[in-house]
Design a protein around this ligand. Structure first.
Ligand code: CMC
Length: 436
């Protein structure tokens, strides 16, 4: 791999000064291969007796990673150095999953072997289907996913030894392979149809669509347009640096928890509407607005902070979300090829137009993110809104497990243990109940 190692520059340091006492503390600055320099404050508490406060990690690097790079001002997203646009246009999800997991694009031989490994792990233990029956039919599929993915640890004992690299690899393959099967089962369960087993002659995206939309009563032919769009959606969601769910996976993994439990934790974090749940929230918002003439009223409500414009804004991207650009192109193509005329799309386009020109959104650098368009494509494909975040989880699993694998391969892997700025009561005497 031609990636230079990040290094501590002995000549680069950063000095903190206590304005009251004039005391100074100097810390090394670490230079990454790209992105801002980073002050190494690991000994900050030991040396100064103080903590630093950064509750939502706006200025804190939680780890070193070689997997994904984002430059939010330029709207740049690279996986192992490869531009997301190139990957979405020229690669496929299996290749991107390999790239994230192993660091380089595969040779033909490596690709075939990886594809075969994933394909032959797509079936889930037959007993797992009984878990689904424990859920109500109207259960949110993300609730089901939190449960059944965590439950995988109860079925695959032979890959739970996290100190063994081969077992870690098998777990990674199992997770990437079985997530679509479990997601499709959650979907089938919600619509009361029989589960459809995976098919080894189909690609990853085709197999997923087949498991979701085939029924035993008649043959189902996967549309190449939909398979291509699904593959793009999977690529665009595959990894995104240290976002909330990935950080959750890493933090869970830092306690030496097994990978299935860690990914279940990631799924729980992804579910929230500020994160992966936004794709569902976008569609619900468009439905709530209902018609173009209600947009000004809605926009005013956003400005009055009654609600947020879902699918807009990003903690890191302050220019544009490069995933959204590709997703929009894909969205236009799918809708045109399927001949779908969705009135919600018109509302979406008008919202986008207003938000991109209104000073309120421009000043706050609020641009459409990937979730603004993905829901529209998924709806056109026939998925109900509740499935949107599940699809995100299917794809992001390869990013999560690559990040987990990278963390487990590090020599010193200490448990993550944030500290706090305590603002509660000071020590006080206990008062008996009758005296309170
Ligand atoms: N609609 C209206 N105002 C917004 C929005 C929005 N979507 N996002 C941020 N703002 C405003 C916010 O009110 C604040 O304004 P002010 O300065 O007047 O107080 C300012 O912009 C900064 O907001 P913030 O909450 O500090 O920004 P953040 O970096 O903490 O939040 C975010 C990032 C993605 C959670 C947020 O933009 C948001 O809630 N967006 C809608 C949900 C969404 O689309 N999420 C998907 C993100 S992309 C996929 C993924 O990561 O899963």
């Amino acid at each position: 791999m031609s990636v230079a190692k990040e290094q501590i520059q002995p000549e680069k340091t950063f000095t903190f000064t206590n304005d009251q006492t004039g005391e100074k503390w100097t810390f090394p600055v670490i230079e990454g291969t790209m992105g801002p320099d980073t002050v190494d404050i690991r000994s900050f508490y030991e040396e100064t007796g103080m903590f630093t406060l950064d509750p939502s990690f706006t200025s804190t690097a939680s780890c070193k990673s070689r997997i994904t790079f984002i430059d939010g001002d330029k709207g740049q997203l690279l996986h192992r150095g490869y531009n997301i646009k190139d990957l979405a246009e020229k690669s496929n999800f299996m290749e991107v999953a390999y790239l994230l997991l192993y660091g380089d694009l595969p040779s033909r031989e490596q690709y075939e072997e990886f594809r075969k490994n994933i394909t032959y792990h797509t079936m889930v233990h037959e007993q797992l289907q009984f878990f689904f029956r424990g859920f109500r039919r109207d259960a949110h599929p993300m609730a089901i996913m939190c449960g059944v993915v965590g439950a995988l640890a109860a079925f695959y004992h032979d890959s739970l030894d996290i100190s063994d690299p081969r077992q870690r690899e098998i777990s990674a393959h199992r997770l990437i392979a079985k997530l679509p099967t479990l997601a499709a089962m959650a979907f089938k369960y919600s619509v009361g149809q029989p589960f459809v087993y995976p098919r080894n002659d189909l690609s990853f995206a085709e197999n997923f669509l087949h498991m979701c939309f085939a029924v035993p009563a008649e043959p189902y032919k996967v549309s190449p347009i939909l398979a291509d769009a699904m593959d793009k959606i999977l690529i665009l969601h595959a990894d995104h640096e240290q976002n909330a769910s990935t950080s959750t996976v890493r933090l869970a993994g830092s306690s030496q928890a097994n990978p299935f439990a860690c990914i279940a934790a990631g799924i729980a974090s992804l579910w929230g509407p500020a994160h992966g749940g936004a794709n569902q929230a976008v569609l619900e918002m468009l439905e709530e607005i209902g018609s173009k003439d209600r947009i000004p009223e809605f926009i005013q409500g956003v400005k009055d902070k009654k609600y947020r414009l879902m699918g807009f804004g990003h903690r890191v991207y302050k220019n544009f979300d490069p995933r959204a650009t590709v997703m929009k192109e894909s969205c236009d193509k799918v809708l045109a090829e399927l001949g779908v005329k969705d009135p919600l799309l018109e509302i979406a386009m008008e919202l986008e137009r207003i938000a991109l020109s209104d000073p309120y959104f421009v000043e706050r650098k609020l641009y459409p993110n990937v979730d603004f368009y993905s829901g529209i494509i998924l709806k056109a494909m026939g998925f109900p809104v509740e499935m949107f975040t599940v699809l995100f989880a299917v794809s992001r699993t390869c990013g999560w497990i690559s990040q987990w694998k990278e963390m487990m391969e590090e020599q010193s892997n200490r448990i993550g243990r944030p500290r706090q700025l305590y603002s509660g009561a000071q020590e006080r005497d206990y008062v008996n109940l009758e005296k309170r």
